[in-house]
Design a protein around this ligand. Sequence first.
Ligand code: ADP
Ligand code: MG
Length: 195
Amino acid sequence: MELTRELLSEWISRFSDKIQNNKDYLSDLDSAIGDGDHGNNMARGVQAVKESLEKNENADVPQILKLTAMALISKVGGASGPLYGTAFLEMAKAGNDTKDLGELLQKALSGIEKRGGAQPGDKTMVDVWNKVIKKAADSSLTGQDVEAAVESTRDMVAKKGRASYLGERSVGHLDPGAVSSGYLFEALLETEESL
Ligand code: ADP
Ligand code: MG
């Protein structure tokens, strides 16, 4: 699947809406195993993305990806900002050579893993990315796939980020960054269906 300008704009817009609509839920999840700011962090970020993209309405795909990355890095605060920012920045860099969504998402995931040092099973957003990007790229992803990937973090022991301070006590709770990444991929699959 090709990452067109239309797909990217709609994807980001749907992701922003999901973050705004679930801001309190994301922060509640973060209160259980972190510091309770994930929803507010992400909502601030997507608002900044929206403003930046409105100011640059003629941006092409790599430029939109870069503007998104910059807004997230500068406005999210917390560990998730640089991680989501890195994901979009890696896609922006690779986006000059390819528009293949599968390749771009793989670059994004590699960037997140390199930046944060988390591996699959560590109870982070990586667990969702790792499980869904192949299917997202060939349009075979379903809502149930995303839900299962998010849900898989519930029984994991957190090994990275603030939740890792809780060790075994992090078991039984969803990872907030996995949930927000779930929104990112639900937004993508809804966009793929709508275009
Ligand atoms: P902070 O933990 O600094 O308060 P947030 O609450 O915004 O930042 O984001 C927390 C989320 O970030 C976690 O739920 C997890 O998914 C993700 N995260 C934290 N550290 C890492 C890491 N090293 N690698 C991947 N994801 C991480
Ligand atoms: Mg937090």
